[in-house]
Ligand binder design. Structure first.
Ligand code: WT7
Length: 651
């Protein structure tokens, strides 16, 4: 873990501490420090208490059944996620409160009150029912960040159908792979999406993706219109607005779901080439999401919550849709890029809507730093009272910049560690109780037991690095991998029996604060998005010119990590600039733009052990310019000098 160690040494010399202000502490939802001990002493009681913030059609009779690695929470309880996120607010004083303040990239905007949102969700539920969707069916959603995305998600939940949202930046092939794995019957997409003034051809990708799959119906939102050139297949495709106009204007009854019924699947990258369909439950997931809004984000009824993540990622599921809406918040949803049409777009949105809580990723903060503090300085950001970060370790410089230039030196920062698999924030400060240290995610939230273990499964000594694990089940934990329970057992519970292995390295300091070091498996974190080295390698070797490929993540100033691919070509192939370009595009076509390699380095040989395993760690050392240590396990040590030379030339 040498790269991480270097970074960690820098982090550990970080001694600044930012305790909550008296004023913040006094008004915080969670301001009694005994909550930590109470929750640790009886986590089930703590979670059962938090579960009371949801509306249950039928109360649960037992809190937890733990048969490692399988947990069941809130047994016997019945509820509906859409009812909790929308309908229950329509019945009370929040009826006419803004639920979603939506800002389109070209400058159009829409406001949905809870009542309006509820009517849209009902209509969409009627549409899905009309298209044959029933409880337990899978619906794949491939939409831009438009209100119909949140509405589709909630409509599935209302019916009891399982949604699988696929980020709009994924390619047709990635979409197809996810549709096939989930065996989806219906796909919801748009004619096209807007991105930096250009178009993303969602419908064209969808057409390629659904051919020969179980998808019978494609529901198409008109976002771009005529200019998209989208083609409709009669009998299969139907426009959202046309079908909606034919639907009854009556409420769609919320399906009472068992707490353990599946709410959604969300695909994420693992260490093999095949993405994993992470399965989340209805009751436990919602309790986790809802609790973290009230605890970590100190959410009040008066807050305007802006999470910049796309709903295509888990952050958007939990912190754009289910968390803030079940808590009755006003959510800001933005369709586009942070620099379109100008670099002050986020701050313009904060000013326009009076955003009080702002949640983004370190890669964005580093980008804002590069653009300069004079950009946010042009806007009134005084409404911001709390800020969050997620996706990768936040370097202390980024923390300080965020604190000063966005938070006005006033707003606390919650650095939240969690994963697609964990459902909601796991290690993060409660902002009224825990002092922040720039670069640390501080301590596990109440009800969560985290530890750092060594190879043998013992807690590491103070200051030593090890495996980040969660030692007890928690409500919003993934339930399994869709149709691959064996992989679930192996990947997450195979190393330490009964203990959840996160796949990250971490250290704990003398105050019990956690410092996350990054992934310790073959997963790369590019701008807070997970990409498997194997996925990119498979895409590369799929190209006829490529013999072998080894892919690594090297540190990158803005993206956190960037993808470097070392490639050997087949006999007779000319490895030149043009081929490198072609290979990068090939990866984009296979996976999506987020997986585009930053650089491709052609080499005659890859460094391998005598048992023919590619030594990726060595490649990382080369790419990050480190001194190479012991190479005695290499089959051919000469390879190293050659690679170092090649990497320099490429620089
Ligand atoms: C991986 C999970 C769920 C949030 C979005 C990413 C890294 C996440 C932090 C943080 C350091 C972090 C970890 C984790 N990560 N948050 N605050 N500090 N690292 O979700 O795609 O499932 O990725 O993101 O490496 O394992 P994801």
């Amino acid at each position: 873990m040498s790269a991480e160690s270097n970074q960690l040494d820098a982090l550990l010399s970080e001694s600044r501490v930012f305790p909550p202000s008296e004023a913040f502490r006094a008004q915080a939802n969670f301001n009694d420090p005994s909550v930590y001990e109470r929750a640790a002493a009886d986590p089930e009681a703590y979670w059962a208490e938090q579960a009371q913030h949801l509306t249950w059609f039928e109360p649960f009779t037992k809190v937890l059944e733990w048969d490692p690695p399988h947990a069941k929470w809130f047994i016997g309880g019945k509820l509906n996620a859409a009812y909790n996120a929308v309908d229950r607010h329509r019945e009370g004083p929040r009826k006419n409160k803004a639920a979603i303040l939506w800002e389109g990239e070209p400058g159009d905007s829409r406001v949905y009150t809870y009542d309006m949102l509820g009517r849209e969700v009902d209509r969409a539920a009627h549409m899905l029912h009309h298209l044959g969707v029933r409880k337990g069916d899978r619906v794949t959603i491939y939409l831009p960040m438009i209100p119909e995305l949140a509405i589709s998600v909630l409509a599935c939940a209302k019916i009891g159908a399982i949604h699988s949202v696929v980020f709009g930046g994924f390619s047709a092939k990635s979409l197809r792979e996810r549709i096939l794995d989930a065996d989806a019957r219906v796909l919801i997409t748009a004619d096209a999406g807007w991105r930096r003034g250009g178009q993303i051809p969602l419908k064209a990708n969808a057409d390629e993706a659904v051919a020969g799959t179980a998808v019978e119906k494609v529901l198409v939102v008109r976002r771009v219109g005529e200019a998209s050139g989208a083609k409709m297949t009669p009998g299969r495709d139907v426009y959202w607005d046309e079908l909606a106009a034919q639907m009854p204007k009556t409420p769609y009854p919320a399906e009472p779901m068992d707490a353990e019924d599946v709410l959604f699947l969300l695909y994420t990258s693992g260490t093999t080439g095949k993405p994993k369909g992470i399965v989340h439950s209805t009751g436990g997931y919602l309790v986790g999401a809802n609790t973290s809004l009230r605890s970590v984000f100190d959410l009040k009824d008066t807050d305007v919550f802006f999470c910049t993540a796309d709903i295509g990622w888990v952050t958007g599921h939990t912190y754009v849709v289910y968390g803030p809406l079940t808590a009755g918040a006003t959510v800001v949803m933005y369709e586009g890029a942070p620099d379109w049409p100008h670099r002050g777009r986020f701050w313009e949105i904060v000013e326009k809507y009076g955003v009080t809580i702002f949640y983004t990723a370190p890669t964005s903060i580093r980008t804002f730093m590069k653009w300069g503090p004079e950009i946010p300085a042009q806007y009134d950001l005084s409404s911001i009272r709390l800020m969050g970060s997620v996706g990768e370790p936040m370097n202390p410089e980024a923390w300080m910049w965020y604190h000063e230039h966005i938070g006005g030196g006033r707003a606390p920062i919650v650095d939240t560690w969690w994963q697609t698999e964990t459902g909601c924030a796991m290690i993060a400060p409660l902002p009224g109780l825990v002092a922040a240290k720039p670069g640390s995610v501080t301590r596990p939230v109440p009800g969560i037991s985290a530890a750092v273990l060594d190879e043998e499964g013992n807690p590491v000594e103070l200051g030593h690095g090890g495996y980040l694990v969660i030692t007890k089940p928690w409500p919003s934990m993934m339930r399994t991998i869709w149709r691959d329970d064996e992989r679930f057992r192996r990947s997450y519970f195979g190393k330490f029996p009964g203990v959840y292995l996160a796949g990250d390295g971490a250290r704990v300091d003398e105050d019990g604060y956690f410092w996350v070091l990054g992934r310790i498996d073959d997963v790369i974190n590019v701008s807070g998005h997970r990409i498997g080295t194997m996925e990119v390698e498979s895409a590369l070797v799929d190209h006829p010119a490529v013999a072998e490929a080894a892919v690594i993540g090297r540190s990158h100033e803005v993206k956190g990590q960037a993808i470097t691919a070392f490639v050997t070509v087949k006999e007779g192939v000319t490895a030149d600039e043009a081929l490198a370009k072609e290979l990068k595009q090939h990866v984009v076509d296979k996976i999506g733009a987020l997986a585009r390699p930053e650089e491709i380095i052609f080499t005659a040989e890859l460094p391998k052990t005598r048992s023919a395993k590619i030594m990726r760690r060595l490649l990382r050392d080369i790419a990050e310019g480190r001194v190479i240590g012991d190479t005695t396990t290499l089959a051919d040590p000469g390879v190293i000098e050659e690679l170092k030379k090649l990497y320099k030339e490429n620089d």
